[in-house]
Design a binder for this molecule. Sequence first.
Ligand SMILES: Cc1cc2nc3c(=O)[nH]c(=O)nc-3n(C[C@H](O)[C@H](O)[C@H](O)COP(=O)(O)OP(=O)(O)OC[C@H]3O[C@@H](n4cnc5c(N)ncnc54)[C@H](O)[C@@H]3O)c2cc1C
Length: 500
Amino acid sequence: MGNRDNKTDVILIGAGIMSATLGTFLKELVPEWDITVFESLSKPGEESSNEWNNAGTGHAALCELNYTVEKPDGSLDISKAIKINEQFQVSMQFWSYLVKNNLIRNPQEFIMPLPHMSMVQGEENVSFLKKRYEAMSKNPLFEGMEFSDNPEKLSEWIPLIMKERQTNEPIAATKVEYGTDVNFGALTRLLFEHLSAQNVNIQYRHRVNNMKRTSDGLWELKVKNLDSGNVEHHKAKFIFIGGGGGSLPLLQKTRIPESKHIGGFPVSGLFMVCNNPEVVEKHHAKVYGKAKVGAPPMSVPHLDTRFIDNKKSLLFGPFAGFSPKFLKTGSMFDLILSVKPNNVLTMLSAGVKEMALTKYLIQQVLLSKEQRMEELREFIPTAKSEDWDLVVAGQRVQVIKDTEAGGKGTLQFGTEVITSSDGSVAALLGASPGASTAVHVMLEVLSRCFPEHMNEWEVKIKKMIPSFGMSLMDYPELLQEIRQSSEKALGLDKKELILS
Ligand SMILES: Cc1cc2nc3c(=O)[nH]c(=O)nc-3n(C[C@H](O)[C@H](O)[C@H](O)COP(=O)(O)OP(=O)(O)OC[C@H]3O[C@@H](n4cnc5c(N)ncnc54)[C@H](O)[C@@H]3O)c2cc1C
């Protein structure tokens, strides 16, 4: 048994991009606070934040069609796209601040410029894309977006996708030059290196198994050292549960009222990867298509150029699937053990409502490699099986909760920050838009858990994020300034990319 007097100001559970971001904020705002991190794996950024476990899209709503909805009167609602783009600008400003101040180096290790494109086929879809382009390109946030339904132009933009395409169906695409590919695994590792240099106590191979409130108003965590087998007790004033898919079971252990009536539905993912340089060289973009009818929003197919370890590859997917694990390294009992008396009705209602989704996921799991290749050939008609391998991506645990609009057991596709009423514990659930908006989401954690400090912190936050508290869309000059300054700081303005 460990010592019960291990006391610290802040404990961050999990060494993914979310804890990395929150820890970095806290070290900038209150360097004197002591922070301890517990991570059950032996390195940071090994679960969803790892570069091979997510698609690395810097989600700025430049290409994801599910962020713009056609209203019954035929007009387009782009409010969600605006929100996500502004959230991504917040991330870009924070990362630029870190680079400019030498807190992290070599931005090309984690962010690369890459055009973001949307591509559709069929008359109805082409007319939707054109309407979307007309609505978005007027907005300063999406300035410079191009549209084309001319096959010759498309062959210039996406030669691999257009080669030997035998269809008379209309086809169209939009293109935004200033999109990004983000290696969230590398970014997480850079941030943890920085935190370690700032004397943050990072304990790998330490799994948090339980937590409770103590009579002195602190949180006491029961932590297992996975190497020695010892159980330690650690106390803190503030706990952040950044366990990715593992956050829900930990939140349930807090027993705070806000943790009740919430469930989680795990969705696994698979990508196909191509490392054949001849094929890889023929594509340079992230190209998002439209989700198939009945498919959930996280399975929108896309073909992406990726930059990982100084090497280019192509990624196609994701193919969704079902596994009862909440983490890639989790247990087959995760789902069943998350069912509690307080959420059983919520979970059962979701089970009944989401039969079609469950059926879809099971069908996806059963696809053979050749069937997956057929889906890929809708993007690359000339794709050869021998050039493509399957890789297992991370787990996403979608939140299930009771909502006014959806009723009992409604499946959510976004990110949810849950905090206790006294702000002493916060948890992050859900996975979309995910890592791209980590900075915005962690600012939300700060403002909900430390409202008494926000006035005093605002000046420093504004230094890091000049647009903090503003809607950038309404300040086109500031937007322009921020864009240019982030592009320069992050090396996104360099046309020549140095790759081995
Ligand atoms: C298939 C897929 C594609 C995606 N694509 C994108 C994309 O293109 N762009 C984007 O922005 N986002 C994307 N995301 C989402 C993004 O990856 C996640 O939102 C983000 O990585 C979550 O970070 P995190 O820090 O919350 O969790 P994680 O990175 O999963 O980290 C959680 C950490 O907590 C640890 N942990 C868990 N439980 C415990 C415990 N009890 N004790 C100690 N440690 C614990 C885990 O080991 C893990 O290291 C994608 C996700 C998936 C699965």
